[in-house]
Design a protein around this ligand. Structure first.
Ligand code: ADP
Ligand code: MG
Length: 323
């Protein structure tokens, strides 16, 4: 039965790459990384009911389990190449595996990524994905590297994914009562995040530090600040929002979601002002665009500022009506 499931996955994920000398079917894969490059390797596990809602569409789970991993490669400026898939399934459900693999393969195909192995076991539903990619030697983007005077930027828009999550929950007004025209784009961002792979590659020679926004903008910028030994100021009025989010809620709610909501999988990065014009041009070509949202300062920690440069403190209480 396990063999049959693996065959199903293999049938969906059939992309061929010359650098896969031996893929699924032996005791280990044999891979040939290109000369002059480093391997970027990352792994992330998604657990049913924790990282996706219980009962989520298997196709979306397949997509998202790869997307969150590709986002980590994007944040390093790596070009994705290979993946491993560890599936833990409550039962040998061929239909689930077909749908899951179709969603996984859809995103893998967009990035010319080959599935080269994995493991299939029984237990509560969980998906572990490992991705491998290439980066020219010494050119990876890291959390360390931001310096005082750099601008702080983010790709795309922030806040949609957590707003999408609230759309699926009760007692999360206004999100639980939105009409379909606003709900649909927010839900899509939660179910099918877009890893900013092309943006990460474009930033390789231009950003001083980079991270993907998975836990929330302020929390993730906090990692850059700590690792780089600097402080970061974020201007709340500059945070980029989608048209749907702008219409869905009031400004204070929106800023709280944009600054603290996770799961957007945009890239947050720092860069010297000398690179700003080229970055904004390159990222608008890469499709997602980028916005300058703040600056790197001396000191420590991340501060969110309003238009008068007063600090906005996001208290737990500010979230209570969503709880
Ligand atoms: P072994 O017992 O030697 O670990 P398995 O039966 O677990 O072998 O796996 C056989 C082959 O199928 C291996 O190449 C393995 O990498 C691949 N494989 C197993 N599960 C998956 C999966 N969920 N996705 C992709 N490849 C898988
Ligand atoms: Mg095995």
């Amino acid at each position: 039965m396990e063999f049959e499931l693996i065959e199903r996955i293999r049938a969906h994920c059939s992309l061929v790459r010359a650098d896969v000398l031996l893929g699924i079917g032996d005791d280990a894969a044999l891979l040939a990384p290109p000369a002059g490059h480093e391997l970027a390797v990352s792994t992330d596990t998604l657990v049913d009911g924790v990282h996706f809602p219980h009962g989520a569409a298997p196709r979306d789970i397949g997509w998202k389990s790869l997307a969150v991993n590709l986002s980590d490669l994007a944040a390093m400026g790596a070009t994705p190449a290979w993946a491993l898939l560890n599936l833990t399934l409550p039962q040998a459900d061929a239909d689930f595996v077909d749908q899951f693999a179709a969603g996984f393969a859809e995103l893998a195909g967009q990035h010319h990524l080959a599935l080269v192995g994995g493991d299939t076991t029984g237990g509560p539903l969980a998906i572990g994905v490992t991705v491998l990619g290439f980066v020219p030697a010494g050119r990876a983007l890291r959390r360390v590297g931001a310096s005082v005077g750099d601008g702080v930027f983010v790709t795309g828009t922030l806040g949609d994914a957590v707003a999408g999550l609230y759309c699926t929950q009760a007692r999360t007004a206004p999100f639980s009562n939105l009409g379909d025209a606003l709900r649909a784009p927010l839900l899509e961002r939660m179910r099918r995040p877009t890893p900013r792979v092309a943006a990460g590659i474009a930033l390789r020679s231009q950003a001083s530090a980079c991270i993907d926004v998975s836990d929330g903008l302020l929390a993730d910028l906090g990692h850059i600040a700590r690792r780089s030994g600097v402080g970061i100021e974020v201007d709340a009025p500059l945070l980029p929002a989608s048209p749907a989010l702008l219409r869905a809620c009031d400004e204070a709610t929106r800023i709280a979601l944009q600054a603290s909501g996770g799961d957007d999988y945009e890239l947050a990065f720092c860069a010297s002002p000398a690179h700003e014009a080229a970055i904004l041009r390159d990222l608008s070509r890469s499709g997602c665009g980028a916005t300058r949202i703040g600056r790197v300062v001396a000191g420590a920690g991340v501060r969110l500022l309003d238009a008068q440069r007063e600090e906005i403190v996001l208290t737990r209480a500010g979230w209570e009506h969503f709880a």
